[in-house]
Design a protein around this ligand. Structure first.
Ligand code: SF4
Length: 161
């Protein structure tokens, strides 16, 4: 409910505090706006995409740490990016919980490789992982790419998750 500033102070003088009135919805817009604060003051904002599925919703990630040498960056809040052309600020429950995924103790942070027949995973570098993936994909494509006709050209032996 909207009341003007004069009415707001009259009611306050009658016994109710301004906070109580505001909580009940009896506050002028200007009064509420003047005390409202940006909810993520001094945060660093970074744009990214949700990594859970192929929809690729946009996220805004807020982290502590302003680049000073004694500040350790840490993401503490994630929300939908209203400017993202795919999701326009929306996130499903998985995307809305991304901050927990980032801080999960079980999160994999480095590429790992398991040799054929082995029961052990070994850590490898990003360069080694990307080189290996590229080499195997190229070999598979060269071996199995089908040129059926002028319209249908396909590569059916590789998929991605
Ligand atoms: S927020 Fe949900 S729908 Fe969007 S990319 Fe993430 S998992 Fe997919």
């Amino acid at each position: 409910m909207q009341i003007n500033r004069r009415g707001f102070f009259k009611v306050c003088a009658g016994g109710m505090t301004g906070t109580t009135l505001a909580a009940l919805g009896f506050a002028p817009t200007e009064a509420m706006a003047s005390v409202r604060q940006y909810k993520l003051p001094r945060a660093k904002e970074t744009r990214n995409n949700c990594t859970y599925c192929s929809v690729g919703c946009g996220v805004l990630m807020y982290s502590l740490g302003d680049g000073a040498k004694n500040a350790k960056p840490a993401i503490y809040h994630i929300e939908g990016d209203p400017d993202h052309p795919v999701s326009r600020g929306s996130l499903c429950p998985k995307g809305a919980g991304l901050v927990d995924d980032i801080h999960s103790e079980g999160r994999l942070k480095h590429p790992e490789y398991r040799a054929p027949g082995s029961d052990k995973w070994q850590r490898i570098s990003w360069d080694d992982a990307i080189d290996r993936i590229a080499r195997l994909m190229k070999a598979d494509r060269d071996a199995d790419f089908e040129r059926v006709n002028a319209v249908v050209n396909r590569w059916l032996t590789t998929g991605m998750l």
